[in-house]
Design a protein around this ligand. Structure first.
Ligand code: SF4
Length: 67
């Protein structure tokens, strides 16, 4: 009898959607809250990281880098 090993990926956490890049928004900017909520919710969606794309606009929102 042969068994096939299936790799199980560890569950993602908010840290998997954090960056080592400096986030530069004004103190108190609402973008910090949006970023925190996105980092919180993304691991719960069950979507592999390699299937996620974040597209941001110009201006301050373009600093929305995660991962
Ligand atoms: S949107 Fe840009 S200019 Fe406005 S508070 Fe945030 S970082 Fe500052």
């Amino acid at each position: 009898m042969s068994e096939t090993a299936t790799a199980v990926k560890p569950a993602l956490t908010p840290k998997d959607f954090a960056t080592d890049q400096e986030v530069r928004w004004c103190p108190g900017c609402g973008d910090y809250s949006i970023l925190a909520q996105v980092q919180k919710i993304m691991p719960t969606l069950g979507i592999p990281k390699e299937n996620i794309v974040i597209v941001s606009g110009i201006g301050c929102s373009s600093r929305f880098h995660i991962i």
